[in-house]
Structures are given as structure tokens and as C-alpha cells.
Design a binder for this molecule. Structure first.
Ligand code: HEM
Length: 146
């Protein structure tokens, strides 16, 4: 299995969790290989994002690629990340802290900006009507909401 799949905890072509066949298969964090090693690695993004069911968030990612950044000599590419929850102190913050500490993905990414808004509107309304990115970006297809 390649390094990218181990880092995320999902199969690259199908999007299925490691050990599964379909993108929307349940993620089995207990599954082990024949040697008793966890199938979904302990430092994978998917495992660390799901480890605590009290930290559930409703999220949507918008991936973007804006060509070469001439200054850095690197691709200007990334993921706009929007998520909703009742209380970020009990959901996003501990989740993000765990990812910052252990996520294998950290070797490849860096995080920028963290605006936090209090909204009385539903996530559906916000994403459909009020999202300033709506005109420019397409949601990642098959995005799961966790
Ligand atoms: C550049 C930063 C990030 C990248 C590239 C990234 C990438 C991914 C990918 C590829 C998946 C699996 C496919 C999917 O469900 O869409 C995923 C799932 C997930 N990510 Fe991230 N992510 C990033 C940041 C974050 C952050 C900041 C959080 C929360 C603090 C987060 C929370 C989650 C959750 C909850 C899942 C669902 C796990 C699952 O598949 O069951 N991610 N992310």
C-alpha cells in the first residue's frame, strides 16, 4: 500500500477506508491485519479525526490549485476547509490539537488562518446562500460529512 493511503487511512482510487471496498463503507478502527497491526494506521488522518465521537463536526472541503507560486517555486495548492459545530472548544479545538500533534499528514501540509464565526443560520443555508467562495469553487466530490 502506498504512503499516501497510509497517511490518510483511505484507498486512493476508491476513497474506501483501508480494509473497505466503497467510499461510504463504515470506518473500522478496530480492524487489524494478520500480524495484529491496525489496518488504519495510528497516525493516519482518518483515525485521528474520528478517534473521539464527541468531537463530531459537519465539514466541507474545497480543494484549489492556483498554478505556480513564483516566489516559493512551489505549486499554490491546498484545501479551503469549512466546518460547523455546536461548540468549537469541545469539537474543533481538541480535534485540531490531536491532528497537530500526531497526524502523518503534517509532513505535507501547513495550516493558515482560523476565522471563527458565530452563526444562527443552519449549515445548509450558510453553504448554499452565504458562502463567499460559492461562485469560485466546487465542493470536493463525494465529500463525507463527519
Ligand atoms: C490541508 C489540510 C487537510 C487536508 C489536505 C485534509 C485531507 C483529508 C482527506 C483526504 C480526507 C479523507 C477524505 C474525505 O473524507 O474527504 C480527510 C478527512 C477528514 N478530515 Fe481532513 N484534511 C485537512 C485538514 C483537516 C482539519 C484541519 C480537520 C479538522 C480539524 C480535518 C478533519 C477531517 C475529518 C473529520 C475527516 C473525516 C475522516 C473520515 O474520512 O472519516 N481535516 N481530510
Amino acid at each position: 500500500m502506498n504512503d499516501q493511503e497510509q497517511t490518510i487511512g483511505r484507498h486512493r482510487t476508491s476513497g474506501a477506508p483501508i480494509g473497505g471496498a466503497d467510499e461510504f463503507d463504515a470506518v473500522d478502527l478496530e480492524a487489524e491485519d494478520s500480524a495484529g497491526k491496525p489496518l488504519i494506521p495510528t497516525d493516519s488522518h482518518v483515525r485521528l479525526s474520528r478517534e473521539n465521537s464527541d468531537e463530531k463536526i459537519l465539514r466541507r472541503g474545497y480543494s484549489f490549485t492556483d498554478g505556480m507560486d513564483q516566489k516559493r517555486g512551489q505549486l499554490d495548492t491546498g484545501l479551503f476547509f469549512v466546518c460547523f459545530q455546536r461548540d468549537p472548544r469541545n469539537q474543533f479545538v481538541p480535534l485540531q490539537r490531536r491532528l497537530a500533534e500526531k497526524d502523518a499528514l503534517n509532513e505535507y501540509i501547513s495550516h493558515r488562518q482560523r476565522p471563527l464565526r458565530l452563526s444562527t443560520r443552519s449549515p445548509r443555508e450558510w453553504l448554499c446562500r452565504r458562502n463567499p467562495l460559492r461562485e469560485h469553487l466546487k465542493p470536493v466530490t463525494g465529500q463525507r460529512q463527519v
